[in-house]
Design a protein around this ligand. Structure first.
Ligand SMILES: *Cc1c(COP(=O)(O)O)cnc(C)c1O
Length: 459
């Protein structure tokens, strides 16, 4: 076996013991959880791939920072440190702390969408879509068509379809569009990168029509690593320089610090416009807390200031993306279909192809996630029709463009043998794929239902 593989640029100082349940125990646990993996207790999970959000391992430097955190209500030391760090890395003049990515969306999106009808993105992440809708607007996705063919190689499957974007602006009217959002990497399309060229082009289209351009920046570092690998203009640039080019002239950004900034909790908002920033500060005080802590404790802010820097270290990113490439290579060998080339934070298994006999309204990607738990105690999640939910106007089940079972890899947490367990489990499941059944929803809330809905197997 020949794999593109970069070893860990760290060693392990503290370990967390894991329990492995039997198959019978797991059958009982998943039934008790009403076949919703979010309802499983983490102690009943062996390898937790539910998300890479807030699940990373902090470095010894970050843990040392935890002790230095200043818990003052106003003007804490760590506040100035993170401001300085964020200005240096992203280059926007105004930065606001909030407690996570969706808090950033809750604070900022209603400001941008006031009196507007639409937000357009390469692809809205689920919480972003929810906050666009809560602000009374509709969220439109506009990813390049290459993203829809999971077997096709394309360097930047996360890109905005700029031709279609222009068409949308013409049809919907620029005055009705509050914001154009570039999600980097494009999470819902499979953690797929967006090129700096595409970011520039999208930004120019937005500005030509007087529309604000925002970056959903959760994975700014992983995106920049792909840019360095694949975009000739940047092959000799540092990751920091690529991050700068990415954020150049963006009007604002929202960020979940729980991803590339490698902290367990945190979020950021960045703005270029002073008037918008004044509104951001006011809303932050109402929803998150005083502006110098924004819903975070001082120790977490200190760890964030350090994580922002560690996240753009090139050796770390080589290892990080290398883990995805290793797992992807093993799956390819085993004939498991996935969004290819593999993205930055997860392998997105193509459940539509692996379980072609299960229709979208019986949630093939959810069915595969449940099988992974039964097979090896692995917790993955559905990024497909089950997650997408119902049409807010008609209440009917929507059909997602993809039926992905996402294997999100936490940062600096699992070893290569864990990755082998995951690959072997999927290969075993493939052998009995034809016997796997779909699921139906028996109870669901109206918004973000995938977190709490109850399901039952279809006989
Ligand atoms: C995680 C994520 C969010 C939301 O962030 P939280 O910290 O989970 O609230 C928004 N957008 C993208 C692209 C994300 O990956």
């Amino acid at each position: 076996m020949k794999h593109i593989y970069f070893p860990e640029p760290f060693r392990i100082k503290s370990v967390e013991p894991l329990k492995i349940l039997t198959r019978e125990e797991r059958e009982k646990k998943i039934a008790e959880a009403n076949y919703n993996v979010f309802a499983l207790a983490s102690r009943d999970v062996y390898i937790d791939l539910l998300t890479d959000s807030g699940t990373g391992a902090m470095s010894s430097g970050q843990w040392a920072g935890v002790m230095l955190g200043d818990e003052s209500y106003a003007g804490a030391d760590c506040y100035y440190k993170v401001q300085e760090q964020a200005h240096k890395i992203f280059g926007l003049p105004y930065v606001q702390l909030v407690h996570q990515g969706r808090a950033a969306e809750k604070v900022l999106l209603p400001i941008l969408l006031q009196g507007k009808k639409y937000a357009i993105s390469n692809m809205h992440f689920d919480t972003t879509r929810a906050h666009v809708e809560l602000a009374g607007a509709r969220a439109i996705d506009c990813v390049v068509p290459e993203a829809l063919d999971t077997a096709k190689y394309y360097d930047f499957k996360g890109n905005m379809d700029c031709g279609r974007l222009e068409q949308y602006i013409k049809e919907l009217g620029a005055e009705n569009i509050g914001v154009i959002i570039m999600t980097i990497t494009n999470n819902s399309a499979g953690g797929q990168p967006v090129s700096v060229e595409n970011i520039r082009q999208t930004r120019e289209i937005a500005h030509k029509h007087g529309i604000k351009f925002m970056i959903d920046a959760a994975r700014y570092a992983e995106n920049s690593y792909f840019v360095k690998q694949r975009e000739p203009e940047f092959k000799n640039s540092s990751i920091q320089d690529i991050v700068k080019a990415t954020f150049e002239d963006a009007d604002c950004f929202t960020m979940s610090s729980k991803k590339d900034a490698i902290v367990n909790m945190g979020g950021l908002i960045g703005c270029r416009d002073k008037e918008i920033f004044e509104l951001v500060k006011q809303r932050t005080i109402s929803f998150e807390g005083f502006i110098t802590y924004g819903g975070m404790s001082g120790r977490d802010i200190e760890a964030l200031a350090i994580g922002l820097e560690e996240g753009i270290d090139e050796n770390y990113l080589k290892y990080r993306i290398g883990q995805m490439q290793y797992l992807a290579a093993r799956l390819e060998e085993g004939g498991i279909p996935f969004q290819s080339p593999v993205g930055g934070h997860a392998v997105f298994v193509d459940a539509k192809k692996l379980l072609p006999h299960i229709p979208y309204y019986q949630f093939p990607a959810q069915a595969l996630a449940i099988e992974l738990y039964l097979e090896a105690g692995i917790r993955a999640c559905d990024i497909g029709s089950y997650m997408l939910g119902n049409d807010p106007d008609t209440g009917k089940q929507l059909e997602a463009e993809f039926e992905f079972t996402r294997l999100a890899i936490p940062r600096r947490v699992y070893t290569q043998s864990h990755l082998d367990v995951i690959a072997d489990a999927l290969i075993n499941i493939k052998e009995r794929a034809a016997n796997i059944k779909g699921y139906k929803i028996v109870e669901e809330p109206p918004i973000l239902r995938h977190f709490t809905a109850k399901l039952a197997p279809i006989d």
